[in-house]
Design a protein around this ligand. Sequence first.
Ligand code: GLU
Length: 618
Amino acid sequence: MKNNSYKNKAAISEKLKTISKREADLFYSLCDKKPNVIKTKNFKNALLKSGLKINDNRLHNLFRKLDSSGDEIHFEDFKKIISSSELLVEKALRGELALPDFSDFSKSIDKMFDEVIKNKSGELASYIPPLAKVDPDQFGISIVTVDGQIYQKGDYNVDFSLQSMCKPFNYCFALEKLGLELVHKHVGQEPSGRQFNDLTLLTRSLVEKSNKKFTRIPFNPMINAGAIMTAGLINSDDTYEKRLNFVKEQYGKLIGWSANSKFDSKFPRFNKDVAREENFTGYNNLAIGYLLMATGNLPGKKNKLKKDLNTNKNEFDFYIEPTVVDALKLYFSICSLEMTSTEVAMAAATLANNGVCPVTQSRVLNQKTVRDCLPILQSSGMYDASGAFFQEVGLPAKSGVGGGVFLVVPQLMGICIFSPRLDEQGNSVRGIEMAKRITSKYLVHIFDGAMTNADRVNPRIPISKWRANSCGEAIWAASIGDIRTLERLASEQKDLSIGNSDMRTPMHLAAAEGQLEVLQFLLEQGVKPKPDRWGGYGYFDAKNNNHKKILNVLDKLNMKFLKPNHLVEEPNGETDEVAKYDDELMVSELLFAAARNDITGIRQLIAKGVPVHAGNFD
Ligand code: GLU
C-alpha cells in the first residue's frame, strides 16, 4: 500500500515536472531580454500571428485575462492565464496548428489575390434578375483551418447569394435524416456531364421485385434536378416554415453561429426577393419539378384533387401539384440564403474537419455523412467542368451562380472565394483562378502524394522544417553513398542541388566523403557544383580529404572552383548543445529559421524545447 502510494506520488511529480517544463518552454519562447517576464503585447501578437482570432470562443477567457494583466506577465500568472485554453495555446506557440507558418501562407495568398484581381473576364448570372445587379468587381477570399485559424481578404464580409453552394449541405442534411441507402433511391451518384439545369435523368434498372423494370432519378445531388429532389427529402412532412428554419439552423451550426457566441458568424439571412424572382423566372426548375413528380420519386404527401369550384362550365380550376411546389419553394429559398465568404469557408472547414465546426468544436455532421458527400463534390461539384477541375485542382469543391466557390482540403482547411463574374460553365472566373494558383503552389491536390518539386510547398509543415527535411535526406544519402535513395528523390522531382542552411549541398557531402558514384549520379542528373555559405566548392572538401578520383571528375568539368573565404583548419570543439540535443532535424530546422530571419519560427522551436544554442555537424 505504502509502496503504491509512493509510486503514485513519484508518477505525479514526474508528470508535474513535464507539465511545467512544457509551460516553461512556452513562456521562454515569448521572452525578450528579461528571462522572468514576458510582454502581454508579445503574447497577444504571437496568438494573433498564428491565425487565431480575438473573438474565437475558445480564447475568450484568455484574452479577457490578458486585458486585465498589465504590460508584463510573470511565469506563475502565465500558467493561470493559459489554463483555460492550454492545448490551443500550446499548439499556436509551438507552430503546431494546421497551418504552422500562417504569416507566410497569408503573404503568399495575398500575392495571388493581387494578381487574380486583375482578371475582369466573365459575365454576371442574369437569369435571376437580382444577381445581375450585384457589383461585378467584388472579390473576397476566406480560408479557415480545422484548428480555426482564419485568413480573409477583400470583400470577405459581403453577403452574397449561396445559390448552388447550398446543394452539398442539403444533401448532407438529407443523408443525416434518411441515410445513404434511402436517399440514393431518389437520386444518383453519377456525374452527368451536362449543364446544371439539364432535364435529362438517369435511368436505373430496379433490382427489387416490382412490376417496373426501370426508374428515373437525377444523376446526382449537385445538379438542379438532384438538388430539388434532396430539398424535397428534407423533413418532407413538416411545413415550409419549419423546414426552412431547420435548414437555417443547420447552416448556423456549420458556420460557427450560436446564440451566445462572440464569433463573427451571423444567423443565415434569407433574401426573399431573390427567391421570388427565381420563382418568376426559373422555368427550367419548374419543369424539373414536374419531371421529378412524373418519375414517382419526389417525396411528399399525396393530395387529393380539390373539388372544382369554378362555376364557368367552359373553364376549370387549374391544379398545381403541391408536392412540386413544396420542393421548389424550399429549394429556391435555400438557394437565396446569404452568407459571407468567411461563413462559407467555416462551413467548408467543418467538412474538412469531418463534421466538427472548428471554432465551436460542436459536431454538426456525422463523419460518415461528410465522407459520403465529399466524393460527390469531387466528381460533380463544378458543373460540367467538374472532371477537368478535379484533375487540375484535385479538391472537392462547389460553386454557385452567385459567384461563390468553396473548396475542401480534407483535414486541413476550407476555402471560399467570392467574385461574381462567371465563366461559360457558370463558375466564378476568379474563384477558379485562385483555386488553380493555390494548388499549383501548395501540395494540397488529393493525389499529390510524394510527387513534388522544389517550388511547391506542403503548408502542413513549417517552411524551415520542410527545407530541413527535403534537403536533409539527400545530403545524408549523398554522404553515405546511398544511390537508391537519391534515385527515388530524383524520381519524386526533389531538387538535388538544394543545400542546407549553410548552403552545403549533396555534392559537397559526396565530395567530402569520397562518394564517387554519388558524384557521378548527381552530375548525370544535371546538378551543377555550387558554392556554400563561405564561397567554398565541394572540390576543396575532396582536396582536404585527399579524394583523388573525385578531383579527377571535377577537373573534367573545366570550372573555376573558388576557395571558401574562411577556412577553419581544425574546428575548435563542439557546442555543449550539440552533444546534448540529438534531434538533428529540429536543429537543422532551427538553423533554417535563423538563416531566413524567421523569428516566429525560432520562437516556435523554443516553445518545443529546442535549445537556441544548438548547432549541426558544421
Ligand atoms: N438557384 C439556382 C438555379 O437553380 C442555382 C443555380 C446555381 O447556382 O448553379 O437555377
